[in-house]
Design a protein around this ligand. Structure first.
Ligand code: SF4
Ligand code: ZN
Ligand code: ZN
Length: 337
């Protein structure tokens, strides 16, 4: 019987294990965890990233890797760099969006810059102010006022605004570097939470629009890929620590209270009770997308048509996009009456 101080050993090599993969029953040391993560990420990247075989001379595919200074995007960038930096037909650029959050954004930007310097990858930045949005610190300060004046804003957490503005930031950076594809650092936990949130709201459109967009491109949008989608968050974390990647360990002060946090807890407890639940949720969404793709176009209903926002021209399903609508609320609430 193992003693209290016994460390479980890796089932592949017998060295001390750093992680128990409950859903597979495996225990892994750092090296074998790294091997296992690498295998899943490489496979996803091969499936999701289509590089043209026949290229004209000097034609390159630019990948914008959206990073935040956190562990997920650090792992994503290091893998994309490792797997593709030798290819002469690929350009890798990292992009970070500054949300204007005091005490959080600056140290995480430093980590993002440190990683890019280590890898020799160019880092592009854009801030909410440059995009014409208010900084998140200002949005949060005026949130009670915004909510009292706009009934649909009631119950919205800071992340509802931040998610919409950040999406515009990534679109802006993708245009700036002329990206053919945008890589996002969503891990398996993030994906499973999104699937559940969309299902809960019966939002089929969003389920169908979930990245990767390799075989389901969205009109007017640079396709997104999510190579970490089959790797759970704790494995990404353990991998980033094992590889000593520079990443910011702190949390955003506004994360609390977001609906996603509730789903995070719920999905985590479901995974604990029934290991493999997160994989199951993501497989379900993939299956829905596959079935939907088989429906002949003329019979398609239930997905909102895509058009351009009459104010800013960005892609939306309404007349005015969410970012413009939210900025109206913010302006209204910050202007003295
Ligand atoms: S936790 Fe929410 S408010 Fe903070 S950076 Fe993320 S989306 Fe923005
Ligand atoms: Zn091992
Ligand atoms: Zn707009």
């Amino acid at each position: 019987m193992p003693g209290v101080l016994d460390v479980p050993s890796c089932d592949a090599c017998g060295h001390d294990a750093i992680l128990h993969q409950i859903y597979s029953g495996r225990t892994l040391c750092g090296e074998h965890l790294a091997k296992s993560v690498r295998k899943r990420v490489s496979k996803s990247l091969r499936k999701q990233l289509e590089l043209p075989r026949q290229k004209k001379e000097d034609e390159k595919t630019t990948i914008l890797v959206a990073i935040s200074g956190g562990k997920d995007s650090a792992v994503l960038l290091s893998f994309i760099h490792h797997l593709l930096h030798k290819r002469r037909d690929v350009v890798i650029v990292a992009g970070v969006v500054d949300e204007g959050i005091d005490g959080y954004r600056s140290p995480s930007m430093d980590c993002a810059q440190e990683l890019c310097d280590e890898l020799g990858v160019k880092l592009e930045r854009v801030s909410y102010s440059e995009l014409g949005f208010e900084e998140m610190d200002v949005v949060v300060e005026h949130l009670p006022n915004i909510q009292s004046r706009n009934s649909i804003a009631k119950g919205m957490a800071p992340c509802s605004f931040c998610g919409v503005f950040r999406r515009q930031g990534i679109i802006h950076l993708a245009k700036r570097v002329n990206a053919s594809v945008v890589a996002l650092g969503h891990n398996l936990d993030d994906m499973a939470q999104s699937v559940l949130m969309n299902m809960q709201k019966a939002d089929l459109d969003r389920t169908l629009r979930l990245a990767p967009h390799t075989s389901t491109p969205l009109a007017g949008m640079t396709p997104r890929i999510v190579p970490l989608r089959w790797v759970p968050e704790r494995e990404i974390h353990a991998y980033a620590m094992y590889k000593n990647l520079p990443f910011f360990h702190g949390d955003c002060p506004y994360a609390k209270g977001a609906l996603r946090q509730r789903h995070r807890d719920f999905v985590a407890s479901m995974e604990e009770d029934v290991p493999g639940s997160m994989h199951g949720l993501l497989h379900s969404a993939d299956r829905i997308k596959e079935l939907y793709a088989q429906i002949p176009n003329e019979n398609v209903t239930g997905i909102s048509p895509i058009r351009e926002c009459i104010r800013c021209g960005s892609i939306t399903s309404a007349e005015v996009c969410k970012a413009c609508e939210m900025m109206d609320w913010v302006r209204d609430s910050t202007n003295p009456q």
